[in-house]
Design a protein around this ligand. Sequence first.
Ligand code: SF4
Length: 382
Amino acid sequence: MLKAPPLSVYVHMPWCVRKCPYCDFNSHTAPTSIPAEKYIQALIADLEHDLPLVWGRPIGSIYFGGGTPSLFPASHFATLLSAMRARLDLRPDVEITLEANPGALEHDSFTAYAHAGINRVSLGVQSFSGERLMGLGRIHGSDDIDRALQSLSAAGIANFNLDLMYALPGQTPAQARHDVKQAINAGPAHISYYQLTIEPNTAFAAKPPVLPADDAAWDMQQAGMDMLAAAGYGQYEISAFAQPGMHSRHNMNYWRYGDFLAIGAGAHGKITLPADGVVRRYAKHRHPQRYMQGAEGGGWLAEKHVVTDAELVFEFFLNQLRLKGGVNIDDFGPRTGLQWTVVEARVQKAIDMGLLAVFQQRVRPTDLGWKFVNDIQQLFLP
Ligand code: SF4
């Protein structure tokens, strides 16, 4: 039987200084002056409109993603967060994350963002090498990273993540290891370590760079994981590593198939409606100009649909199988409204193949299964 799971809020800030050639997110090159005030008012109006979906449900995390949210001055986050506090039931220990880019912090220091209510930062470092950053088309250099880390330290924000990529154009395994070492030395609570992939409809897809060979990329992945483990960063998801207790609560809610209220241009949400017996997905208008037309333009919503039973099964396994802790059998019924018997044969097939094992109400990928998570996920395709 469907039950409302934990609820988070995702807020999309859609502008970047310029588009990175590997990026397939909903990010738009910022105009000379961002219409920040107008956008924040549109976010508040959009939130207001969505409130009936989540009356009375406590919020465990808020995530400002993008785009580059740090292009907005801290005062705008203070306005938005106070509007959210007035309208939503934020838990006293709510996690509030700001995605920031080292080259886009000219507006404010992290102290100003902390005063506005931000208590966690995710910094898009990607690499500490100036040459690799140029190859990625990033706007920042290693000096910008140093300045951002100093600003974090001055703000007393210890709960921060560094995004780090490997298998970059021209990168050697030794250079990738050096990047991981520098990331560890910066002392973050959390590190996201993930491989550069070429996504369709990006500049890199149109003109692919030369990437390291598969065996070199494998070395980088394994060496990076070993170094992170040795430094006390436990892997809890395919690309996520954290010091004890410092996992991203917001991302954990995604991976555990929780609910998300989504506001902002192109934001995607998922809301469980137990009274109607359905899980709904929806998306807001992608283009910032269209989004900001808001109520006068016919609203913020671009599309919504009820998730079918077959999609619920796939989405549940797609997400929970990413976690080292595996799939929580007790979550399945409340989050999909379906009986476990619907998936038993497929789970058994993966167990027979040696890819999954059952342990204390959890179905976990085995050591072998962890290498073939994509294949296991495909067993649950609609
Ligand atoms: S900074 Fe991030 S969101 Fe913006 S274009 Fe680059 S990768 Fe995309």
